[in-house]
Design a protein around this ligand. Sequence first.
Ligand code: GAF
Length: 395
Amino acid sequence: MACSYPSVSELVTDARSVYRQVFENEAPLVAVCAPGRVNLIGEHTDYNQGFVLPMALPLVTVVVGSKTSDREVSLVTANKDVDEPVRVDFTLPSDGSPLPPGSPSWANYVKGVIQHYRAPPLPGFRAVIASSVPLGGGLSSSASLEVAFYTFLQQLKPDDGDDVSKALSCQKAEHTHAGVPCGIMDQFVSVLGKEGHALLIDCRWSLEATSIPLADPHLVILITNSNVKHALTGSEYPTRRRQCEEAASILGKDSLRDATMKDLEEAKNKMEDVTYQRARHVIQEIERTAQAAESLKKGDYVKFGKLMVESHNSLRYDLYEVSCKELDELVSAAMEVDGVYGSRMTGGGFGGCTVTLLQASAINKTIQHIKEQYSGTPTFYVTTPTQGARPLSMS
Ligand code: GAF
């Protein structure tokens, strides 16, 4: 009953055939992929230097292509659900000046990655992009495109950086070329995701990550797409980030990671109500994420599920206000089924997906019940944690 999605090799085959069609029957020499992600818990904590607990998905962005002998770039998307022009051409500036963002918007992610690539100057290239990550679905289609492209450029001209600096360059691309002041979670897990594991990432400057096994055959991670699209590029995400920074500054801290609930209560009358609520979500969510990681290590899914629901409630109308009616409906419906441990919205919010942790034996009745209860048309993905970005063999 869950939705099937193309495998990596199917995406490569599609992208290769589009490449041949568009570029005079030439064959691409390089292929790479980078995954989308689902965040199990720790929402809107990364830009507050807190903890997050995502995993990389089998939904990926693939790039195939070859370098050229000039400075011309041609990008083609093989995605069926992109309604903007499918081909973009531009010239790499010889003086290294930035490629200005423009239309279509998906090409801006690529331009940003080119600008922040750590081994300029780059040769020209031709590339085709294909993806199984739903666009605007809150599963990091943009980070997977950035990281896939960075990985593609590494095959054309190797850089001297490590994986963390790669993730940071891709994050910068999103800041400068998509205008989203995102945290590091999405790019980090798309680069460093580990098969069969979730990653507990400490988003302080050191960016330490601990991998936690998540490959229990009795457990299912179900993603439900509300099919309501959010626009993180809108004003709400930057507003939340600003409110958190304001709260930290009132508390005299570098970030909310350094604040406790006691600090917040003592300073409550120095800030607006809304600032207090945002800070409360973040401080408690950081603590919840640390506890959830411990529960997962012990296989205590009941506790983990309870923390997921608390996280959702805090993101809902209670404190952080980034959920929406559709996501709330999906979570409520999932929680009505026996065998479901927990459910919550995942990602930036304002639409997109929920993530649900449940007993494998309850999967069919859970999907059925959600379908019956949800007012929209959901899409379901049963997923397992996969490996981060990687070059692919062309044979
Ligand atoms: C988006 C951002 F890109 C992430 O950095 C993170 O802040 C997330 O929203 C919310 O947890 O995916």
